[in-house]
Design a protein around this ligand. Structure first.
Ligand code: ZN
Length: 420
């Protein structure tokens, strides 16, 4: 499966003539291209990630493709992206610059090394991506820019689904594990998961305080990760090292084998802020997200994709209702019931379909009914509010003689996460 996916992605990217199926677009007098390198689900049901090149010249397409491959290792090596890659479509947007050092988004580093903070013009970014996605016929859910700069850098709009990183070729940072892949994962943690930093501070006195952040607690008695704590057992805690102490990169951190507790130092505060586990990609000291950040990302996947669809088809003896899901294999549970209408035999049949785990039922109602199908992601990675990984889909059905419009028009969708 893994090899198959890699082959498909790179056959699509490289194509028979060295490039994929490019869609051309014009922006500010230049010609750019959109190349879809991973298509897992219909656009309506997928989380469409756009990886934008900035600062690459026309002759540097191969360099950008190599950088994009490093970004896409996310779907092989970093959870929960790898398990949920079936929800993602990935598109590359390439608009060359005329001169080396130029960027479309006016990217700059406002602070001296070692700060990795980058600034950019988000309106220019949305204008560029808008041109590209209209030409290619899809809407972007998540935008990630790779800037042709070697200096360590990354920044994100928290919860805003926009992030920017450099190529991150700084040898010192790469030696500490902070390569383009992990900086990408970290920035998507901010932009998609709404996560804050788990580091204790930076040299510039920034504060990442946010009372609604999923991954930082500002009150020991009330953490956002109560569902992960065993309050009957002694709480696992640790104190933050002295301010300024370097945080070593920890290889082999396994979130599932590590107790969840209260670890001091988070949200760029050394004191009075806690994180759930000692290590995390949001602390930039590990190659895995902690359980709390992983949970927030899975919930975000459900919010921004529509991982299930209900379709109907006229068949002999009635209407066939079918559920299709793009959740990880074996991870979806389907429950059917009668949401409206009085049809005891149909209610019993739906009950039997639920018991059998059926993805398809044929119904022939004698009167108007509403059939509901709830698709739940059974992932053990979400422990809090399970409703956030469920989606309810409904079909309103009328007997043929009474039907005014088509059944397709009668199909609706309610509940679950808000999509686009
Ligand atoms: Zn974390």
């Amino acid at each position: 499966m893994k090899a198959w996916w890699i082959a498909c992605a790179w056959i699509a990217l490289l194509g028979v003539d060295g490039r994929g199926q490019d869609v051309a677009f014009q922006h500010e007098g230049r010609e750019g291209t959109v190349t879809t390198v991973l298509r897992s689900a219909p656009e309506w049901n997928a989380l469409d990630l756009v990886v934008v090149a900035d600062g690459y010249g026309a002759a540097e397409r191969a360099r950008f493709d190599a950088d994009a491959r490093e970004v896409l290792r996310l779907f092989e090596e970093v959870e929960p992206f790898a398990t949920y890659r079936g929800l993602f479509n990935v598109h590359l947007v390439f608009l060359p610059v005329a001169r080396r050092g130029e960027t479309h988004l006016q990217v700059r580093y406002p602070q001296p090394v070692p700060s990795n903070r980058m600034e950019f013009d988000v309106r220019r970014l949305h204008a560029l991506v808008g041109r590209a996605t209209v030409a290619a016929g899809f809407a972007a859910d998540l935008i990630h820019v790779v800037v042709n700069q070697d200096r360590f850098g990354g920044t994100a709009h928290r919860g805003g689904r926009v992030s920017v990183v450099s190529r991150n070729r700084d040898a010192r940072n790469r030696q500490h594990g902070l390569d383009l892949l992990l900086v990408t994962a970290h920035e998507l943690g901010h932009s998609l998961g709404g996560l804050v930093e788990e580091r204790p501070g930076d040299a510039h006195g920034h504060d990442d305080h946010d009372d609604h952040a999923p991954n930082a607690a500002f009150d020991r008695a009330q953490t956002p990760w109560e569902a992960w704590l065993d309050r009957d057992a002694p709480l696992v805690t640790s104190r933050q090292r002295p301010p300024g102490a370097a945080i070593p990169f920890t290889r082999g951190f396994d979130p599932d084998a590590t107790p969840v507790g209260l670890h001091e130092g988070a949200a760029l505060r050394a004191r009075s802020a806690w994180r759930a586990q000692p290590h995390c990609i949001m602390r930039s000291d590990a190659a895995s997200f902690c359980v709390v950040c992983r949970e927030a990302l899975v919930v975000a996947f459900h919010e921004h994709a529509r991982p299930a669809a209900l379709t109907e088809a006229a068949v002999e003896g009635g209407v066939a209702l079918s559920i299709e899901t793009w959740l990880p294999p074996g991870q979806a549970v389907v429950r059917w019931d009668l949401a409206e209408g009085d049809d005891p035999s149909l209610a019993l049949r739906l009950e039997a379909a639920t018991a059998a785990g059926a993805r398809r039922v044929v119904v022939a109602p004698a009167s108007r009914v509403v059939v509901r199908c709830v698709v739940e992601d059974t992932t053990p990675w979400v422990r809090g509010d399970r409703a956030r990984v469920q989606r309810a889909l409904v079909a309103t059905l009328e007997p043929p003689a009474a039907a005014g419009g088509s059944l397709r028009e009668a199909l609706g969708e309610v509940g679950g996460a808000s999509g686009r």
